[in-house]
Design a protein. Sequence first.
Length: 432
Amino acid sequence: MNRTDKKYAAYLQILKEELVPAMGCTEPIAIAYAAARAKKILGNLPDKVEIGVSDNIIKNVKSVIVPNTDGLKGIEAAAAAGITGGQAELVLEVISRVTPEQKKEMKTFLEQTPIQVKSVDNGMIFDIIIQLYRGEESAKVRICQYHTNIVYMEKNGTVLYDVEMQKGHADETEEETGLADKTLLNIRDILEFADTCEIEDVKPVLDTQIQYNTLIAEEGLLGDYGANIGSTFLKYYGYDVRNRAIAKAAAGSDARMSGCEMPVVINSGSGNQGITVSVPVAEYAKELSAPKEKLYRALAVSNLIAIHEKTGIGTLSAYCGAVSAGCAAGCGIAYLQGGGYQEIAHTLVNSLAIVSGIICDGAKPSCAAKIASSVEAGILGYHMYKNNQEFKGGDGIVKNGVEATIKNIGRLGQDGMRQTDKEIVKIMMDQE
């Protein structure tokens, strides 16, 4: 595959679009981003805020700490952070530069300003609508489909920007308007791209991913974050490379879900998935003394396979995204050790057969434990292949061929878990 190939250009563009820096869990950060954009349009601090969000946004924002808020959680906190301290031009790092004075202003704003939050169903799984008011002035911003996709802006009733969205049911996978075509992804071509890509084309995004995600993983092991899944794993299971790879990925999530104010490079719209798909591969590369070029190519494999898995599932689902990322990390680890199509296809199928039943019940500390299980499955899937063992077509959801199995996973996540997703949201809301 060379630079003039249509798929080469698409795969490279996918990496550039998906592997972007973010600080904090991406759903509350998307709320903060929308709020910051609305505040910029309004031009002043609002005296009333109205927020409409789809159920999946409620699920993913409810239990996670928003960074740079002194430990606050929830939709109101995310919006207040964007309004009082956000810099919209920083996009998913919108609240990375909040000052101590702005944190105080944020607290006062939350105490004194009416903020109404309601669930909306406009036919989109991912939907955020922020409306700000000050006297007779108003501003409105809508983000939907994915975290940075602003589709509507309005000031004082005058439309500033409007992208017509495809109508549909919120439980259907939505085409991501304006992004590279992810349906071009398949395992054979991903491996060909990884084998042949010009390193200077992928190096900038992958260098940032390695740096950011390794640093937050190390911080997670050093600090007291969440349920400390990473340090618990090392304490009881030992420090070999397998356990370090699992523990460090979990530790990065430990820190991130508990409000750590360090950025990560995301994958499939998720910081947890970005950490999961990269940190274990980097840890194995260090243990194997792999050349840096080999690490870059292995990360191209793991990142693109994770995105390929998620394409059929959608951005948000009842299917845990850590599963896709952890299984893809196993593929990157297999590639580091000389694995080709057969090794990687079997690694992916084996690992998906093990952990595809893990649900997503929002962003919170237990995400780290799900990451640990998923990375462990990814590595086990590879070791099964090396031991001449495999799950075969007809074993449950496994089908003959890796692409057919991936298609089944998409069907499971998008269709099979549709009602599960709704029930999860109801359960979470009943806990209040």
